[in-house]
Design a protein around this ligand. Structure first.
Ligand SMILES: Cc1ncc(COP(=O)(O)O)c(C=O)c1O
Length: 362
């Protein structure tokens, strides 16, 4: 079945009770038991499962080519469930430019429970050097937010599998329209559904999709049910609705990103453009091999430093200066300022490693 068909049909069914063509929103928190005390429709209580969440999980699992999906109230809640599922003392290897919200979550909430190294995961030597007997998870994010770094998924999977380490890929930037990490060997995929799945900047959500049923997956399901960081039936309904147009929206995003990055690459006031679809991207060939399309997100450095970058952000028309991505409207921001002092994002073209709000780079 074509992806477009899956996106439209896998989350939807005609409602048996009313024959409504679109699945109704089931707000009920609880479901009637049968005479024998059982649950005839398979639903007990909405924290455990709900028809709208079930429909959403079904379409997301199908789109990523996984066996099951578990939906959460945000991308960070999905990520947190993964960290909570690991035995205390487990070592995690994560990218040095991991989405800053999740990096901060690890550093703030899991310090003393898990151990972690933030490294250049795509550098085979560096990766192998950091693997320890207690390494349980390699987290990858490709393309990464906001440096658009590419990680060779198959290469990392091969190294991890040889040591019995799990690999999870944050696929938020790509979406399954542009990249399917499970087909490349990853054990699990994570998304902020707030972004392209939602597509209209009006809801929060997160999802994990597993390649296979396992004890690890069962633990994540338990955390979802017992922890209760679940999306509301309304948000699930909205997500199922938005996902129907995801393949078509992504085509537009990819086409626009290609046009804009080609234009900016030739602009005399632009220092560099970071987009895996450009032949100038250092891992363009890897991106070409593992991605179906290059995604709709890109970054660029302007000449003239931080002040000039901030002027551009404020001068553009139509684009709104705001955090986030994946909505049909266009957003722009000076990312280093948003991420704060320990960011890896350059604040200007003379500062390539770290920058600080006082304007210095170290
Ligand atoms: C790559 C990536 N992963 C995870 C998240 C976290 O998602 P949420 O904001 O839905 O918690 C974000 C949010 O920007 C993101 O960009």
């Amino acid at each position: 079945m074509k992806t477009e068909t899956i996106a439209i049909h896998a989350g939807n069914h005609v409602d048996e009770a009313t024959r409504a063509v679109i699945q109704p929103i089931i707000m009920s928190t609880t479901f009637e038991r049968g005479e024998d005390g059982g649950f005839p429709a398979g639903y007990i209580y909405s924290r455990s499962s709900n028809p709208n969440r079930h429909a959403l999980e079904h379409v997301l699992a199908k789109l990523e080519g996984g066996v099951e999906a578990a939906c959460f109230s945000s991308g960070n809640a999905a990520g947190m469930s993964v960290f909570q599922s690991l035995e205390p003392g487990t070592h995690i290897i994560a990218p040095d430019d991991m989405y800053h919200g999740l990096r901060n979550q690890l550093k703030t909430l899991f310090a003393g429970i898990l151990t972690f190294d933030f490294i250049d995961v795509n550098d085979t030597g560096v990766l192998q050097q950091h693997i320890k007997p207690e390494t349980g998870l390699i987290w990858i994010e490709t393309p990464s937010n906001p440096l658009l770094k590419i990680t060779d998924i198959k290469k990392v999977v091969a190294i991890a599998k040889a040591k019995g380490i799990k690999v999870l890929c944050d696929n938020t930037f790509a979406t399954p329209m542009c990249q399917r990490p499970l087909e490349l060997g990853a054990d699990m995929v994570m998304h902020s559904a707030t972004k392209y799945f939602g597509g209209h900047s009006d809801l929060m959500g997160g999802v994990l999709i597993t390649a296979k049923n396992s004890d690890w997956w069962a633990k994540i399901r338990t955390i979802q049910e017992m922890g209760g960081a679940i999306p509301s039936p309304f948000d699930c309904y909205m997500l199922v609705r938005s996902i129907k147009t995801l393949p078509y929206r992504m085509r537009g995003h990819v086409q626009n990103a290609l046009m804009l990055t080609e234009y900016l690459s030739l602009h005399p006031k632009v220092e560099s453009v970071l987009y895996p679809g450009l032949p100038s991207h250092p891992l363009h060939e890897v991106a070409k091999a593992q991605m179906i399309a290059f995604g709709g997100m890109f970054s660029f450095c302007v000449k003239g430093g931080e002040a000039e970058a901030k002027r551009v952000v404020n001068a553009v028309k139509l684009f709104t200066q705001a955090t986030s991505l994946g909505g049909v409207e266009s957003l722009i921001e000076h990312r280093a300022s948003v991420e704060g002092p320990d960011t890896k994002t350059p604040c200007c073209n003379s500062c390539t490693i770290r920058c600080y709000s006082d304007g210095t780079s170290r």
